[in-house]
Write a protein that binds this ligand. Sequence first.
Ligand SMILES: [Zn+2]
Length: 96
Amino acid sequence: MSMYEYRCDQHGSFDLQTSMGDAQPRTACPECGLQVPRVFTAPMTSSTPRSVTSVLDRTEKSRYEPEVVSSLPRRPAHQRTPTAPANPALQRLPRP
Ligand SMILES: [Zn+2]
């Protein structure tokens, strides 16, 4: 759902919540019922969570300025090497 702003000449502006893309260019004023025009405003990006903004910014940056690394990332201490598979048929296969 998105908020869209409409403005009545007599009663001022009001917001209407509707599905994105379903906003009509004109709607009825809740006080006088006249058809009033939609007003285009900046999107409310300040309500976007910081984590989402960070990921979007990093993704956009990687398009033209990818991060370059000089070594592999360190393996976590808790990660073990793979063990023999549980399936007995696969355990008979040669291993390195
Ligand atoms: Zn009105």
